[in-house]
Design a protein around this ligand. Structure first.
Ligand code: HEM
Ligand code: HEM
Length: 184
């Protein structure tokens, strides 16, 4: 029977516990982030929006910190991770990483450039100033578009996981992200 075992580092057969925690932990936090974005878009001026949207910038900051740790961890594990199924899968994962970095970065740049104070959890990260820095706020419009593109990519990613799972010729990639040992 396939069981989950404690193993810190990745190997060729499956992702280790650090990669799995980062993957599933970030998946849940991203879900929350999209819930807040959806509420901002569709439920303006409701109690739900007030509650969820109030967390958007702080959770976004947490996500950029996590994706940097995740990227460094994946580089550290390079050469002994489960190999990508094909070039498209490899490219898809790269694009997911790119968007997970660029979207919050644009959000934070716009925040700084706006000159408005930003104090997540009471920490005075950006004290604010008079005026605006145009080159920092200009790419801000891309934030929402790329955000929705990331959501579409995530849907595609999940669909592909189940496509591979059903195709008997393909490897069951879900098992290696759930931490199950390959059957001997
Ligand atoms: C991975 C992290 C993030 C994701 C996936 C994300 C996603 C989104 C999405 C999809 C929207 C569009 C909502 C709408 O249509 O009303 C949005 C809006 C917004 N986000 Fe983020 N966001 C992230 C991080 C951040 C960060 C770090 C900040 C700032 C510190 C930020 C600030 C904003 C602001 C101010 C808006 C509303 C303004 C606008 O519509 O352009 N976001 N975000
Ligand atoms: C919510 C946002 C998600 C993002 C941004 C994301 C992103 C990624 C990335 C970048 C990888 C490559 C491995 C790594 O470096 O971590 C990966 C692998 C994987 N993801 Fe996700 N993922 C998400 C959600 C999900 C969900 C909900 C599922 C469940 C079906 C899933 C299943 C997998 C599997 C099975 C792999 C391993 C693929 C392989 O070994 O080739 N992911 N994911």
């Amino acid at each position: 029977m396939a069981t989950a075992h404690w193993q810190l580092q990745d190997n060729e057969q499956r992702y280790g516990s650090v990669s799995r925690m980062l993957h599933w932990g970030m998946a849940v936090i991203l879900l929350w982030q999209f819930a807040s974005a959806l509420a901002h878009w569709l439920l303006e001026d409701t109690a739900i929006e007030q509650f969820l949207w109030g967390t958007h910038k702080t959770v976004g900051l947490l996500l950029i910190v996590l994706v940097i740790i995740r990227g460094l961890w994946s580089l550290h594990n390079r050469g002994h991770r489960p190999p990508p199924l094909n070039v498209m899968a490899q490219l898809g994962h790269l694009v997911l990483y790119g968007l997970m970095v660029v979207i919050p970065l644009i959000g934070l740049l716009r925040q700084y450039g706006s000159g408005r104070e930003f104090s997540p959890l009471g920490l005075s990260l950006m004290p604010g100033f008079e005026g605006e820095i145009d080159w920092m706020t200009a790419p801000g419009v891309l934030h929402s578009w790329l955000g929705w593109a990331l959501l579409a990519m995530i849907v595609g990613h999940v669909v592909m996981v189940f496509v591979h799972r059903r195709r008997s010729a393909d490897e069951d990639v879900l098992a290696r992200m759930l931490g199950e040992r390959q059957r001997e």
